[in-house]
Design a protein around this ligand. Structure first.
Ligand SMILES: Cc1cc2nc3c(=O)[nH]c(=O)nc-3n(C[C@H](O)[C@H](O)[C@H](O)COP(=O)(O)OP(=O)(O)OC[C@H]3O[C@@H](n4cnc5c(N)ncnc54)[C@H](O)[C@@H]3O)c2cc1C
Length: 428
């Protein structure tokens, strides 16, 4: 606790609304959770602190879905993530290798997709073509909003989830700060999809906090010849937009210190310093890559690239030794973006807090250890987990909101009906 404190007078907080399922955070996980819960018939409210959806997948300019496969050519993530890909493709805003090429180890094909940022991993790996997707973040933003609106979710922007409302082992809802002041939203089931576990942490749930080196991605347009520029070996990628490249720039080697992603002073330092270094990098690229001499900065991510912050310590903490292992309550299977043939099944228990009976989490904050997080933080995995959390929340309404009373077998069955791919271990 801070050395000096202030005792606030007791106050009456207006209740803005009551809802069956409250999802806090409109990133890839939160949107999936909200849409899945609404499609399952629940009355859903989704609250996001900014003015658009997608979180890191849009505001962070992380415009690559890595990956929907197991690295050997087999698709492992379907459901809402697959639906999202199809919708973005229909709008001309995404690019991915065709199914027939997934898993191919032809060096020319692999080199082609490296240039799109669709193949990653160590220099010594036997690389293969992945089912990964490069997309335009503006189209993604729009499609996410479409999905939410079509599902009948009550969406509220510009409200910041400040504090869980807790009564014993129940999270009754959350208090939000906005230009309208302080307001509460009460719910039967709450899903924390804030990326940073803001709601569950304030409800007293156990967590681990990582210090990290933040990143700040940016895009440059007006590149006269993208192919020739890529040949020069700089670290940027082709995008679906002609003449535009994505610079997945990170400050790990140059920022000089890691930060606590939940500390505003550290975040302010990182925002200013990363932006300064990006501007320097833009100047350097213009000077050293002839095809970029007249290029311009399209945009810098509006959100710092925070890979990790708080992670729930939930009913199960998934370990690296549990790679390639199935669970009776597995709600999705995800591959690993730098590994081939390595998958994690994610148990439903990794979404459940130990302390609160009607609280679920979804996204990069789920209950896994630091090493497993490298795989489970990726956008397709966040979406698959979000879809499961949303459906489970809707099912929990029949059990007084108690998420542990949802039958995992029924949850899995309904996920499969909604397009999730859960037969990986049966078929291998
Ligand atoms: C540098 C970097 C590179 C990456 N590269 C890739 C990649 O190439 N491919 C890939 O698939 N994944 C990649 N990832 C991982 C991936 O982008 C994220 O882990 C994923 O997008 C997280 O989704 P999320 O919904 O869990 O969280 P977020 O995207 O962080 O969404 C959380 C949402 O909640 C909102 N929010 C937060 N707090 C509150 C609050 N208190 N009240 C209300 N709203 C709140 C935020 O504004 C945001 O919209 C990368 C991540 C980083 C940082």
């Amino acid at each position: 606790m801070a050395a000096e404190t202030l005792r606030e007078p007791p106050r009456e907080t207006p209740v803005l609304k009551r809802t069956e399922v409250l999802v806090v955070g409109g990133g890839s996980a939160g949107v999936s959770a909200a849409v899945a819960a609404a499609r399952a018939g629940a009355e859903v409210t989704l609250v996001e602190r900014y003015g658009s959806l997608g979180g890191l997948a849009t505001g962070g300019l992380i415009a690559l879905l890595l990956s929907l496969d197991d690295g050997l050519g087999r698709q492992v993530i379907g459901g809402l993530c697959q639906e999202l890909v199809e919708r973005i493709v229909r709008r001309g805003g995404a690019f991915h290798p065709p199914r027939g090429e997934w898993g191919a180890d032809d060096p020319e094909l692999v080199a082609r997709y490296f240039r799109w940022g669709l193949v990653w991993g160590g220099a010594r790996a036997q690389h293969r073509v992945r089912y990964s997707v490069a997309y335009d973040p503006e189209v993604m933003r729009w499609v996410l909003a479409e999905l939410v609106q079509e599902a009948g979710v009550d969406l509220l922007f510009h409200m910041w989830g400040a504090q869980a409302v807790v009564e014993g082992d129940r999270t009754r809802g959350a208090i939000f700060e906005s230009k309208a002041g302080r307001q509460a939203i009460l719910a039967d089931v709450v899903i924390d999809a804030t990326g940073d576990l803001d709601i569950a942490a304030s409800a007293g749930c156990g967590f681990e906090l990582e210090r990290i080196h933040p990143w700040l991605w940016f895009r440059m347009g007006g590149v006269s010849d993208v192919d020739a520029a890529l040949e020069r070996g700089e670290t940027f990628f082709r995008t679906p937009n002609p003449g535009v490249v994505l610079a997945p720039w990170g400050s790990a080697t140059r920022l000089g210190q890691s930060i606590d992603p939940t500390d505003p002073r550290d975040l302010t330092f990182a925002e200013l310093e990363c932006r300064r270094i990006v501007m320097e990098e833009v100047t350097r690229l213009r000077q050293s890559v002839p095809e970029m001499a007249d290029a311009h900065l399209c945009n810098i991510a509006t959100q710092l690239g925070i890979t990790e912050s708080r992670r729930l310590v939930g009913r199960h903490v998934l370990q690296r030794e549990e790679m390639d292992r199935d669970f009776d309550d597995a709600i999705c299977v995800t591959g690993h973006w730098t590994k081939y043939g390595a998958v994690y099944a994610i148990p439903y228990r990794c979404l459940q807090a130990r302390e609160q009976v009607n609280l679920l989490v979804a996204g990069r904050l789920i209950s896994v250890n630091h090493r497993v997080h490298h795989a489970t933080k990726e956008i397709p995995a966040c979406m698959a987990v979000g879809q499961a959390a949303g459906l489970a929340a809707a099912m929990a309404l029949e059990h007084a909101g108690e998420v542990a009373r949802v039958d995992p077998a029924s949850l899995r069955e309904r996920l499969v009906s909604a397009g999730a791919l859960l037969d990986y271990f049966e078929a291998t």
